[in-house]
Write a protein that binds this ligand. Structure first.
Ligand code: 5AD
Ligand code: SF4
Length: 449
């Protein structure tokens, strides 16, 4: 049946696709790769879902609010357009994986349901969907990556997925159920993909994975970073997200031995209370986390630390929360993300006693975010006077302004006549706010002199 469809002559007008990405950087990578697949299949990108023939919703299941966005988007897309048409709707990503059957029941207009480990089959699923809804939420052992076409990424900064899935089973988290068990991509494949990215103009690569520092595809993450650092033209390497348990000595040493590795570490702690960390099954305590930071700062005193926090985990008392507030000050975060605990179906914490009332979560989140913002401001102020490089990423709000990223991942606002997005320029940091710093170019001063 599908063979007949495959033999159809291509339509004279290329079909248009639009991918909307929710959630984490893994999804950003996957969305880009789905685009690569569809283009290899003869489709062209559309900037908007309004005139696309195929709309892919690449969903996130990490919190309830994120998951609900799928249903509101489907509701909008299924309404007929002025010409009576509606797009083919693809539900992809972690909600599709976790709730494929429920999506099929609740949203009968969805044409394709495909999980994050099966999307290499998307072109075929779209063909199958011409006759009946196509579902693929298999979690195959065979890696999808080998089945993907070459990357077409353009731009100075790129993500590279090196590892996927998680075996740690924190009691609040759906990732082990949606992304499956931890798997690492082979070193040779990653070097080839990185070389292609650099040949196409990338100067910064961020290695991504749910547990990126557990990478073990023939070498450790530190070994992979060392190999990537040998690529001429690649100027900056970053990695995210790391688990405190996997901060190995060689990775810490890489922060002083490999100049291309940026001084930034995203190391989620989730809570400052060892009692709550135990209930979360985090496999680290407050004390062991702070010791890890000491080891990192011993070799890289300027490291910009970022983290994730959950407030209102079941059983969290005011005393536990006070421990979370105090670890923010003690750990000296440059930035951090904080979330209200959200019950996820099928996870152990979802059925724990002593769920925390929503109003208490709201109040704790506000206090935590104020503490984090104060820490970010202090970190930014500390960098004033430093001479460094920034990678220009986008236009600023005012004419002539550009926004770049410092090695510490701060947004730096600068005016550099003649500079372009993607340039790496030498600057001095001159002023600091809570969310960004101001910088002035050094080269410009030299050439003006
Ligand atoms: N509720 C709230 N936040 C969560 N996270 C993961 N699961 C949940 C949940 N059930 C947060 C954690 C994680 C980040 C990606 O999302 O802080 O590090
Ligand atoms: Fe989720 Fe914990 Fe795995 Fe991170 S380490 S993906 S929070 S289960």
């Amino acid at each position: 049946m599908t063979d007949t469809v495959l033999l159809e002559s291509p339509s004279p007008v290329s079909r248009r696709y639009h991918v909307k990405s929710f959630g984490c950087q893994m999804n950003v990578y996957d969305s880009e790769r789905m685009g690569d697949l569809l283009e290899a299949d003869g489709m062209v990108v559309s900037d908007s879902s309004d005139d696309a023939d195929v709309v892919v919703l690449n969903t996130c299941h990490i919190r309830e609010r994120a998951a609900e966005k799928l249903y509101s988007d489907i509701g909008r897309l299924r309404r007929p357009r002025a010409d009576g048409s509606r797009p083919t709707i693809v539900a992809a990503g972690c909600v599709a994986q976790a709730e494929g059957a429920e999506i099929a029941r609740r949203a009968p207009d969805v044409d394709v349901i495909v999980g994050p480990l099966a999307y290499h089959r998307l072109p075929q699923l779209l063909r199958d969907a011409r006759t009946a809804r196509a579902i693929d939420t298999e979690m195959p052992d065979a890696p999808k990556f080998a089945a993907l076409p070459p990357r077409r990424h353009q731009g100075a900064a790129a993500f590279l997925t090196v590892q996927e899935g998680c075996d740690k089973f924190c009691t609040f988290c759906v990732v082990p159920y949606t992304r499956g068990q931890e798997t690492s991509r082979p070193l040779a494949d990653l070097l080839a993909e990185a070389e292609a990215l650099v040949a196409a103009g990338a100067v910064e690569i961020t290695l991504i994975g749910q547990n990126v520092n557990a990478y073990h595809g023939g070498t450790s993450l530190a070994g992979l970073i060392a190999r990537l650092a040998d690529i001429d033209g690649l100027k900056r390497i970053r990695y995210t997200t790391s688990h405190p348990r996997d901060m190995s000595d060689d990775l810490i040493a890489a922060h002083t031995e490999i100049p291309k590795l940026m001084p930034y570490l995203h190391l989620p702690v989730q809570s400052g209370s060892s009692r709550i960390l135990k209930a979360m099954n985090r496999a680290h305590t407050r004390g062991s986390y702070l010791e890890t930071l000491d080891r990192v700062r011993a070799v890289r005193p300027d490291i910009a630390l970022s983290g994730d926090f959950i407030v209102g985990f079941p059983g969290e008392t005011e005393a536990d929360f006070a421990d979370t507030l105090s670890i923010v000050a003690e750990a000296r975060y440059a930035a951090a993300f904080s979330f209200k605990y959200s019950v996820r179906p099928g996870t152990p914490a979802g059925t724990m006693a002593d769920q925390v009332p929503e109003a208490v979560k709201d109040e704790r989140l506000a206090r935590l975010q104020a503490a984090i913002a104060a820490g970010s401001h202090a970190f930014n102020q500390d960098t004033v006077g430093r001479r460094t490089e920034i990678l220009l990423e986008r236009q600023g709000r005012k004419p002539g302004q550009l926004i770049g990223k410092t090695p510490w991942l701060q947004s730096a606002v600068v005016s550099v006549p003649g500079a372009r997005i993607g340039d790496l320029i030498a600057v001095e940091i001159t002023a600091a706010g809570p969310n960004s710093v101001d910088a002035t170019p050094l080269q410009q001063e030299r050439s003006a002199a």
